[in-house]
Design a protein around this ligand. Structure first.
Ligand code: SF4
Length: 704
């Protein structure tokens, strides 16, 4: 390698697979090349199209490089003073719950920790939520109900070791490509590895499956309740595991018995032979992994869907062992890391809960903080409604674009227009959210900033900077800490580097823990700067005294984190999605990702290669539906309901079920006019998790 080329090992900023990357930056040529890191245990050298194209996205076009107040460039002191004084004055006048932060699964764990410490421990409100509410909240709620903690039991290797992999609501091939590649490689080596895909759409993942169950959207609880009964009634259960390590089976079975197999067939739209084939396959295969993602989580019944899946694994004792287990496949690069340090409005740092007085005491004592929020804060959808109603008068949005990505997105824009004080810290100058900001704060981007992220298998990896910092960008943790100091908490936020925050929450994770909480990385409480810099990927937990190599699987001993250490079956009853189709709104709108774009395209749109995959927003609809509506292939289509209207290109395909349409979530007003699908999305949320129903809204379609 020439002397002018510097190589850095870092982690991909996109999906929750969390691939390790090797970046070679040639200072003379000004080029950056990115490839998979062969030594990283998430991907072993693989990288997908998005990860490989990262080098094309590092230019400064559109970057936010300087702080502004009311549209005028200012220095950092002026901007930070303004944020601190408005937040302090608002709190003084209206109380701590009159302010809020809305943060992001794109932040590093250290950023997340400092922001949560400021809001929950010093401002004294729970009003900090994250776009992970749109992504993983139902999985979190399901895990906590069943296990007592938000624990992902298994590891990626389990998908390779299984004899049956069931993917529910997951287009793994496009949304988590490297994990799909690992699964495909395992299947090529062991063709007897059977893959079942449960998804209303015939996605790229479904095409590759041995069995595709194109169920009706929203009917997953009925499907898995039927499976629970089949397992019970055919005796394919682990009776000893159930007796020794679980509670609540009878109630779960009673809930499931409310539907006959014929009812399940009716609700799911699957034939009884199809159901029996799946149920028999699941029953007779010992090594089963059920991977689930947004098709499960993004639902008004998301938590019940998760628990209906977990129930089947508990009944068969298929958890905590090689090649078995339920597996939540995380959407964002650091949805898991954010949860570790209290990213959601109901959480405290280190998997403690705002609703638990003992946890509040532990955290407040550790922080030596003047107050601590005494109740969970507002969840994402409710938070922006509170902005609209005037209950929240100052909001700080960091690293996310809710004006495009939240349901009922036009209402979110209206809320931001009406809000007296909006702060946006971001890497881009003019997102649909940033245009509403009174104060804009330039954040360091991937390739510049340093810290850690945690992937779907609990693996903490370093993101390392390798680019010079342009303009006056700063790290998110630094921005939050500087505002905290200006609000009067100087000594409590005196971090010099991200490692200071990492050491602090590593220490907190072990305080009064004694094995009571799953997230324990206290082995790193005294990590040196050098060791943090060189940190190899590690799976938590890593408690003090243990060799800090991490832990592969949870629950191998049948011990859970409930008070009696038993897992809980949850009685789940099928509920239909909140919004129903009608003569006026006859189609079910589903939303999701495409292979080569990420969220609202602020980075991926910079790559010509990635834009070449799918150049414009589209709607997938069935040929019969297209013909019935007079829509020709490739014609422009208006998609509308009472919340709004968009115009997108028709992609006519029998991959869609009749009566169902799909529109990708990515396009914004910055990229294509009038194509923001979230203006149409129903803001109904799951009553337990608060996760919105992003995959089921009623719409009409017509030629444009
Ligand atoms: Fe990045 Fe996900 Fe692709 Fe891996 S699979 S390179 S983490 S986008």
């Amino acid at each position: 390698m020439p002397d002018t080329v510097a190589e850095t090992r870092t982690t991909c900023p996109y999906c929750g697979v969390g691939c390790g990357l090797k970046v070679a930056r040639d200072e003379t040529a000004g080029s950056v090349t990115v490839q998979g890191d062969a030594d990283h245990p998430a991907n072993f050298g693989r990288a997908c199209s998005k990860g490989s194209a990262l080098g094309e996205t590092l230019g400064l076009d559109g970057r936010l490089l300087y702080p502004t107040v009311d549209g005028v460039r200012v220095d950092w002191d002026t901007a930070l003073d303004r944020v601190a004084s408005v937040f302090s004055d608002t709190i003084a006048q209206y109380g701590p719950d009159s302010v809020a932060f809305y943060v992001s699964g794109q932040l590093l764990t250290e950023d997340y920790y400092v922001a949560n410490k400021l809001m929950k421990g010093f401002i004294g409100s729970g009003n900090i939520d994250t776009n992970s509410r749109l992504c993983m909240a139902s999985a979190v709620a399901g895990h906590k109900r069943a296990f007592g903690t938000d624990t992902v039991p298994g590891i990626y290797e389990d998908l390779e070791l299984a004899d049956l992999v069931v993917l529910v609501g997951s287009n793994l091939a496009w949304c988590h490509p490297v994990l799909f590649q690992r699964l495909a490689a395992a299947k090529a080596e062991r063709p007897e590895l059977t893959v079942v895909v449960v998804d209303p759409r015939r996605t790229m993942t479904a095409r590759s499956a041995d069995l595709h169950l194109a169920l009706n959207p929203g009917s997953d609880v009925a499907l898995f309740n039927g499976l629970l009964l089949h397992l019970q009634d055919t005796g394919r259960i682990d009776a000893e595991f159930v007796t020794d390590h679980t509670n609540g089976l009878e109630a779960a079975l009673a809930a499931a018995r409310k539907l006959s197999l014929a009812d399940v067939a009716e609700i799911t739209g699957l034939s009884q032979p199809e159901l029996r084939r799946f149920y028999d396959l699941f029953a007779r295969t010992e090594r089963v992994v059920t991977g689930f993602s947004q098709g499960v989580n993004q639902s008004s019944a998301g938590s019940d869907k998760v628990n209906a899946i977990l129930n089947c694994h508990l009944l068969t004792g298929r958890i905590g062992k090689e090649g078995t287990g339920p597996f939540s496949i995380t959407g964002q690069p650091n949805a898991m890391g954010g949860r570790e340090v209290g990213g959601l409005a109901n959480q405290l740092a280190c998997h403690m809960e705002l609703g638990d007085a003992e946890h509040r005491r532990i955290v407040q004592t550790f922080w030596n903080s003047p107050r601590i929020a005494d109740k969970p804060g507002l969840k994402a959808v409710d938070l922006f409604r509170a902005v609209k109603s005037g209950q929240v008068k100052a909001i700080w949005i960091a690293g996310t674009n809710p004006a495009d990505s939240l349901p009922e997105a036009d209402e979110v824009q209206a809320a931001l227009r009406a809000c007296p004080f909006v702060v946006v810290s971001d890497v881009m100058q003019s997102t649909d959210t940033a245009r509403h900001a009174h104060v804009l704060l330039p954040a360091a981007a991937w390739g510049e900033k340093d810290g850690t992220v945690t992937n779907s298998e609990r693996r903490i990896s370093r993101q390392r900077g390798f680019m010079p910092w342009p303009g006056e960008v700063r790290a998110d943790w630094w921005i939050f800490a500087e505002v905290a100091k200006r609000m009067g908490w100087v000594g409590d936020f005196s971090y010099d580097a991200p490692v200071d925050a990492f050491r602090e929450y590593a220490e907190l994770s072990g305080v009064e823990n004694h094995g009571a909480r799953d997230f324990d990385i206290s082995a790193f409480a005294a990590i040196t700067d050098e060791a943090y810099e060189a940190l190899e990927p590690v799976q938590w937990p890593c408690p003090a005294g243990a060799a800090p190599r991490g832990t592969r699987r949870f629950f191998a001993d049948g011990q859970f984190y409930t008070p009696d250490r038993r897992a809980r079956f949850i009685a789940t009853a099928f509920r239909a999605p909140v919004e129903q189709v009608s003569d006026d709104l006859p189609f079910i709108l589903n939303t999701g990702r495409v292979r080569d774009q990420w969220h609202t395209m602020t980075r991926t749109a910079l790559s010509p290669r990635l834009m070449g995959h799918i150049a414009e927003p589209f709607i997938e609809l069935h040929p019969d539906d297209a013909a019935g509506c007079g829509i020709a292939p490739a014609a422009l289509v208006e998609v509308k309901n009472a919340r709004g209207s968009i115009v997108v290109r028709a992609l006519v395909t029998s991959d869609q079920k009749r009566g169902n349409v799909f529109v990708p979530l990515h396009w914004t007003d910055q990229i294509a006019s009038n194509a923001r699908v979230d203006v149409l999305v129903n803001p109904a949320t799951d009553p337990v998790s608060g996760q919105p129903e992003l995959k089921y809204s009623a719409v009409a379609v017509q030629p444009f």
